[in-house]
Design a protein around this ligand. Structure first.
Ligand code: ADP
Ligand code: MG
Length: 258
């Protein structure tokens, strides 16, 4: 039986054209994402990872190749996409609450139902006492949570995360990344996470896709199965299989100038 992918990228190519010439960013790149799956994409800096997400988000059109949609209910509509970036992009002149409803405001979706959902998320993510604070009064992890609520408020079916933790210091990053991913997993959403941190990819994802250096193409895909003893942020990194996955990924990328 062939795997049924919710989204399937087939031979996607993309080049940027500037006054200084052409930069080929993606070269016949193909992979699929299953409904509810958490896929991490790793690749060297500048290889084309953000370009890839922009194409999946529909912000850029591929110059070649196709994206096939296959919803479980048989419908052909493109999934609603939510995008979370490296920097939280919260507005300091708005309160936390005003920030998290910004997407709803822009999209004219300030319905009672959506606002109630936002209240629930603020509560679930421990931010309800901070709703009237400014972003500057929050910790890095709380700001990422607020940015996530703003993204989830629009109820996306596919979440695209472009190195969302890389602006955090290492210690914060360990707990915030595990924490945020656990929260997203609870929603059952399909996720595509870009990272250049191999340990982060192994500890969080169901499958890791390794890209080559620019122009990016898929070097390999590694499904991840870890034996977890508890759900602490470090449990995945202490799993017996972790080291093997790390070595396997390292073998793939060591010649790719990470
Ligand atoms: P990554 O996210 O993996 O670091 P990007 O997808 O941002 O890489 O960029 C891939 C390549 O395309 C880089 O060499 C970058 O300089 C180039 N690039 C990205 N955006 C543009 C743009 N708007 N115009 C021209 N070149 C670009
Ligand atoms: Mg990038």
């Amino acid at each position: 039986m062939t795997t049924q992918y919710m989204l399937q990228l087939q031979n996607i190519s993309y080049s940027y054209h500037t006054l200084h010439g052409e930069t080929k960013a993606l070269d016949r790149l193909s992979f699929g994402v299953k409904e509810g799956e958490f896929v991490a994409v790793v690749g060297p800096s500048g290889c084309g990872k953000s370009t890839l997400l922009s194409i999946v988000a529909g912000l850029l059109s591929p110059e070649d190749g196709t994206i096939k949609v296959n919803n479980p209910d048989g419908s052909l509509h493109y999934p609603r996409v939510g995008y979370m970036l490296q920097h939280d992009h919260l507005f300091e002149w708005r309160t936390v609450h005003k920030n998290v409803i910004l997407g709803l405001e822009i999209n004219h979706m300030l319905t009672e139902e959506r606002l109630n959902y936002v209240e629930q998320l603020l509560y679930d993510y421990g931010l309800e006492q901070f709703r009237d604070k400014r972003p500057g009064e929050l910790s890095g992890g709380m700001k990422q949570r607020a940015a996530l609520i703003r993204t989830l408020a629009l109820d996306p079916q596919l979440l695209l995360l472009d190195e969302p933790f890389s602006a955090l210091d290492y210690q914060t990053r360990l707990s915030v990344s595990a924490d945020i991913c656990k929260l997203i997993r609870r929603t059952g959403k399909t996720m595509l996470l870009i990272t250049h941190d191999l340990s982060e990819a192994i500890s969080l994802a169901d499958r890791v896709i390794v890209l080559s250096k620019r122009p990016a193409t898929v070097k390999c895909e590694i499904p991840i199965h870890l034996t977890l003893t508890d759900d602490s942020p470090l449990a995945a990194r202490n799993a017996p299989e972790f080291k093997n996955y790390f070595n396997q990924l390292w073998e793939e990328i060591k010649n790719e100038e990470f």
